[in-house]
Design a protein around this ligand. Structure first.
Ligand SMILES: O=P(O)(O)OC[C@@H](O)[C@@H](O)c1c[nH]c2ccccc12
Length: 272
């Protein structure tokens, strides 16, 4: 199963990372860095009324293969910023998503938006590394983290100024996450990471169990303005979109088409 394979790869990456980076040194370097950009804060006051956007810089994925041939991460990030994205998500996994930590560092210099390091975090050291390469937030995936690990990794992230986006796909994962926190950013992944199957009803089904003080981000398989209206009417306060934008030659046009200028079509009265 591919998720297990990815985790094996990450264990090896962590082993290698431990040879070049230790926590004491990382902490020292982080102490000299400028503060993070406020990933959650940006999503809580989105540019488009009613729906925040995390736009993703993603070249390829295990489920879709190569998504975008003409891939200049900095240009793509700038186009997203110009189109009014609130935050960016940058894939840093090399083997499965053709991402790179360097893309994130380059993007940090080129745009002002808060950045999510999109990777498969299983160890503290990856979190310190995320901060060092220029991330403002990290993704924590409940499917690969036992509850206590989730709690520890979240605390580590917060101790160095990083926000967390905690990702769930089913009720069991959500229940475990709610043991750790009932606030912050909760991402509902519409894609099952084991089968690759997608359905936006995953967001609708889980949203009723997500407390109001948490911010629900609907992730994956969002393609149209109708999809935005659907997840928005079912509790999502933000969306994380990659492939739909990456497949379009003109990123800015795609963002405007999907997001609208304001998300006025959302009937938030029906939410929850
Ligand atoms: O490209 P999409 O279908 O718009 O999906 C974006 C994002 O949700 C997806 O890349 C993602 C969600 N969770 C992940 C975990 C790891 C890697 C990737 C992901």
């Amino acid at each position: 199963m591919y998720l297990d394979r990815i985790v094996e790869t990450k264990k090896n990456e962590v082993k290698r990372l431990k040879e070049t980076l230790n926590i004491a040194e990382a902490k020292q370097r982080i102490a000299d860095m400028p503060p993070t950009r406020g990933f959650e804060a940006a999503l809580r006051s989105p540019k488009r009324t009613g729906m925040a956007l995390i736009a993703e810089v993603k070249k390829a994925s295990p489920s879709k293969g190569l998504i975008r041939e003409d891939f200049n991460p900095v240009e793509l990030a700038q186009a997203y910023e110009a189109a009014g994205a609130d935050c960016l998500s940058v894939l840093t996994d090399v083997d499965y998503f053709q991402g790179n930590a360097e893309y994130l560092t380059q993007i940090r210099e080129a745009v002002k938006l808060p950045l999510l390091r999109k990777d498969f975090v299983i160890d503290e050291l990856q979190i310190y590394e995320a901060r060092l390469i220029g991330a403002d937030a990290v993704l924590l995936i409940a499917a690969i983290l036992p509850t206590e690990r989730l709690r520890e990794l979240k605390a580590t992230a917060e101790s160095i100024g990083l926000d967390t986006l905690i990702e769930v796909h089913n009720a069991e994962e959500l229940e475990r996450v709610l043991e750790v926190t009932d606030r912050g950013l909760i991402g509902v992944n519409n894609r099952n990471l084991h089968t690759f199957e997608t359905s936006l009803t995953v967001t609708a089904d889980l949203s009723t169990s997500i407390p109001a003080q948490a911010l629900l981000i609907s992730e994956s398989a969002i393609r149209t303005a109708e999809d935005i209206a659907y997840v928005g009417s079912n509790g999502a306060k933000g969306v994380l979109i990659g492939e739909t934008f990456m497949r379009r030659p003109d990123i800015g046009e795609a963002v405007t088409e999907v997001m609208g200028t304001v998300c006025s079509q959302i009937d938030t009265g029906a939410a929850r």
